[in-house]
Design a protein around this ligand. Structure first.
Ligand code: G3H
Ligand code: 13P
Ligand code: ZN
Length: 324
């Protein structure tokens, strides 16, 4: 079988998920759009010895150019190998919206794709997901499907309210589509405003009862959590202190993610937290050095801080540090 991604030094998710399931941890899936984010993710994961899923959204493909992204990922693998690191690296399409998008990514060297048919009626979601699985498995690319809808923004689709995954559907969905992993909706959402909290109110717990039901019906099957940024208050405060306006931003508490990572949740998606770290540091540098105009002087410190946050997440939240 021809694996297009092998020459890029990548792996699919099959083996890393199996180990994560057995070891009671989750693989981090970090989104990237530019060189500094990619460097921080790769160095952070290499230094903490964590497997990593590099995630590319439709927006990232449009922003950064697919060809460039392909070689950036390949270069990033070479960079960590030169650092003496052997961590497994997966290049994953985040929220693939059509068969054509997934096909193009597979042919381009991605080792894993998500087909997000969660907004379609159930049978339509199955048909689309199965079409992608049938094609992807011909190249040994693993496929993530989604059942249930997360509130917030998923690329171009904005859902007002979340629609929790119905555990009664998961066996049928996985059996009929052949997906390798399943994203479920248990109360997370995309972006920086995951919970509309009144003053004094605390973040509601994730629906671990739904997760348990899903696990019961799909023993040993890898589950994925989207919208899993914690919206770290340190960076929200820093952004606001240096001229930003993020009021009421709140995310999933780290302890809850740690608990989820010990279960069948094998992949945890984080984008917003990375964006916030970069923005907070850049704002601080500009506020303190208004004369600065060399991008390396503000992107460099942002990259350094993000590297530390990645290491923290791998070590203290996902439990993926020292697993590679
Ligand atoms: O799921 C959404 C991710 O955070 C990607 O966001 O489409 O703005 O790149 P984006
Ligand atoms: P966050 O917005 O919580 O970082 O979620 C990212 C995500 O799910 C990417 O698919
Ligand atoms: Zn997502």
């Amino acid at each position: 079988m021809k694996r297009m991604y092998e020459e890029l030094g990548l792996v699919n998710t099959r083996e890393v998920f199996k180990k994560a399931m057995e070891g009671g941890y989750a693989i981090p899936a970090y989104n990237f759009n530019n060189m500094e984010q990619l460097q921080a993710i790769m160095i952070g994961c290499a230094e903490s010895k964590s497997p990593v899923i590099l995630q590319v959204s439709k927006g990232a493909r449009e922003y950064a150019n697919q060809t460039l992204l392909r070689y950036m990922a390949m270069g990033a693998v070479k960079m960590v190998r030169e650092m003496g690191s052997n961590i497994p690296v997966t290049l994953h399409l985040d929220h693939g919206d059509s068969f054509e998008t997934c096909k193009s990514c597979i042919e381009f060297g991605f080792s894993s794709v998500m087909i997000d048919g969660s907004h379609l009626p159930y049978e339509g979601n199955i048909a689309l997901t199965k079409q992608v699985v049938d094609y992807a498995h011909g190249y040994d690319v693993t496929v993530e499907g989604e059942l249930g809808v997360l509130a917030g923004i998923e690329d171009d689709v904005v859902a007002e309210k979340s629609n929790y995954t119905d555990p009664k559907q998961v066996q049928d969905f996985v059996g009929r589509t052949g997906v390798d992993s399943l994203a479920i909706s248990i109360g997370t959402s995309h972006g920086a405003y995951k919970f509309k909290l009144k003053p004094g109110e605390s973040v509601p717990p994730l629906r671990f009862d739904i997760l348990k039901e899903v696990e019961k019906r799909l023993p040993g099957f890898p589950i994925v959590l989207h919208g899993a940024s914690s919206v770290l208050q340190k960076y929200v405060a820093m952004i606001n202190e240096y001229g930003g306006k993020l009021e009421g931003a709140a995310g999933v508490p780290e302890e809850q993610l740690r608990e989820a990572a010990k279960s069948a949740v094998c992949k945890i998606n984080i984008d917003t937290d990375g964006r916030m770290v970069v923005t907070a540091i850049i704002r601080k540098v500009f506020a303190e050095n208004p004369k600065e105009f060399d991008p390396r002087k503000y992107l460099g410190p942002a990259r350094k801080e993000l590297t530390e946050v990645i290491k923290h997440k791998n070590t203290n939240v996902l439990g993926s540090a020292n697993r590679a």
